[in-house]
Design a protein around this ligand. Structure first.
Ligand code: PXL
Length: 274
């Protein structure tokens, strides 16, 4: 028996708990081999007032070439934070080369939050990110990213479930069958994760605990990816991710961990079964 294996196309960030530093341990504890494919190296993530950012674009093709030469196969490919437009083409080339008939492609269209793009995401790069959507089996945007992918302004009101479904209906036509819109501020007390599974929808509401914590999306995406690869349904995979991240957020709040320090997922990692 060969263990399952997932390529993590994402950045390596030292301090701040995001991307590969979060995703690799989470999929590993779920008994899936993590294969990092770095897009950039940062000392801290971009929500810190200062960070060192080393774009890895020019090195990626040579890095990936060895995987092509070795004829490696992947059960999953997850893409996340990208540092340049050229990287989008490199990721698409990776999908074309390594997406076999059973490979699950998870695209987290990391671009921004709360109606704003992250500092390294120019409008041109955000526009280019749309090209990844047709390759995704699973797409995990937040509301900002959902609107950006649809070329729409960030809504000025709380979207109801029908409005969210209508947006996902349009996005699914571009490729992805499974979509979860994560971390929607639903009301003062609750956060909504909107699950869209081949036209069927299910809301998952959770209590809002504390502020918005960076890296939560990366933890969600990796629990979803790992659970789905391990045979859980899409809905179950999202539910597991929501339950796990909620527990981690509760710990962070109780222990006054600043929001930009990320999710103290280490506390509950060993409880994440397959
Ligand atoms: O969690 C999303 C993310 C990933 N990687 C980097 C980031 C962010 C969000 O700010 O800055 C480098």
């Amino acid at each position: 028996m060969r263990q399952k294996r997932i390529a993590l196309i994402n950045d390596v960030t030292g301090f701040g708990r995001c991307s590969i530093a979060v995703m690799a341990p989470i999929v590993s504890v779920m008994k899936i081999q993590a294969v990092p494919v770095p897009t950039a190296i940062l000392s801290t993530h971009t929500q810190f007032p200062i960070y060192y950012f080393d774009d890895y674009t020019d090195k990626m093709s040579d890095y990936i070439q060895t995987y092509k030469d070795l004829h490696l196969e992947f059960d999953g490919i997850a893409s996340g934070f990208l540092g340049s437009e050229k990287q989008v083409d490199i990721v698409i080339d990776f999908f074309k080369n390594f997406k076999g008939p059973k490979t699950v492609v998870i695209v987290d269209p990391v671009m921004g939050d709360y109606g704003h793009l992250y500092k390294t995401y120019t409008p041109k790069l955000a526009n280019k990110m749309k090209e990844l959507v047709p390759y995704a089996d699973i797409l995990t945007p937040n509301l900002t990213e959902l609107c950006t992918l649809l070329d729409e302004p960030y809504p000025d009101h709380v979207l109801n479930l029908d409005e969210l479904k209508e947006k996902c209906d349009r996005l699914t036509k571009l490729g992805p069958k499974h979509i979860v819109v994560t971390g929607i501020s639903y009301n003062e007390h609750q956060i909504l994760n909107f699950v869209y599974d081949e036209g069927k929808t299910k809301p998952i509401l959770v209590d809002r605990i504390g502020g918005d914590r960076s890296g939560t999306g990366d933890a969600m995406t990796s629990v979803i990816a790992g659970s789905y690869l391990n045979g859980h349904s899409f809905y179950e995979s999202v539910k597991r991710a929501v339950d796990f991240t909620s527990k981690c957020i509760g710990f962070c709040e109780a222990n006054h961990i600043p929001n930009h320090y990320g999710l103290a997922f280490e506390e509950f990692l060993s409880e994440l079964g397959e």
